[in-house]
Design a protein around this ligand. Sequence first.
Ligand code: 13P
Ligand code: SF4
Length: 350
Amino acid sequence: MLQAGTAPREDGRHAFPLPELYERVSRHVPAVEWPALAPDVEAILRLKRERNAVVLAHNYQAPEIFHTVADIVGDSLALAREAARVDADVIVLAGVHFMAETAKLLNPEKTVLIPDLGAGCSLADSITAADVRALKAKYPGVPVVTYVNTSAAVKAESDVCCTSGNAADVVRALGVPRVLMIPDEFLARNVQQQVPEVEMLTWAGHCEVHERFTPADIAEVRDSYPGITVIAHPECPPEVVEASDFSGSTAMMMNYVTEKRPAQVVLVTECSMADNIAVANPDIEFIKPCNLCPHMKRITLANIRHALETMSHEVTVDPDLADRARMAVERMLAVKPTPTVSPAPASAAA
Ligand code: 13P
Ligand code: SF4
């Protein structure tokens, strides 16, 4: 049986499928593997038109998703902002569950799909709504600033959300001497450096991907590559961020690299980030280490296609808590951002 995208030529041999799209990912996907992926890409592009659907992809998605089928790409903040203004009936979230829930909160009337319900997050798993209620009882009157990497139930107990891209702005905007910054202990301690005037009360949640980086990793890479630029995500331990040249959300990391154009750079974060930036910046050399996020990597072209074919898995939010959770997200979106190195993350509409 013929596979989509591999129509036979006159000589009976199959033409290489979707060559323009392959061009974008050729440094990361071996040519021999592309004919197996191209039918999924082709089906997703068709299904998006038929369903009036868009694919929102996080910066950690593999290049064959990020650069071929995604309509909007970005960090958690950009995906939340774009989810709020997207003009489509269906949103497929190529990312983790809390991102899909945030998209649903901002689009209650739209169908939001996640290709794999098991795409979770160790930070979201580190805290429950009951934990937040207990914290509020212990620290009455202290505003709760909650990282978006949490469930809707936790957001519903919070005053305002934040992402790694706007946490300092959100804390400053509150104008209070003390906040509960949950659940990422390292993000809170890193933001504390930027906003020393506000005391951060933290929770012991960690990202399983970023907590594994150490200052010794940075020292080793600096020894091996003198002059290299080191960029770390703020979910890394503070000693790692301190040993780096720049720290920011995934979009801020991308913007920094494309603007400053270092000859050699290490992105202390999830591995697909470097692959995705490298596509448009072949002159920049990306050095390891990086770590894979097992949750982000559950999303594949095959399950995005399946999601659009079967309209599953639909993400819903309990109406009893949706309004309160939405309020915390909307308060975050209303905070004016401090300008960063460049205006917006790149978009890779197919
Ligand atoms: P960003 O908001 O920086 O994209 O981070 C999300 C995330 O889960 C990083 O681990
Ligand atoms: Fe969660 Fe860490 Fe994966 Fe981001 S990288 S989704 S914080 S587990």
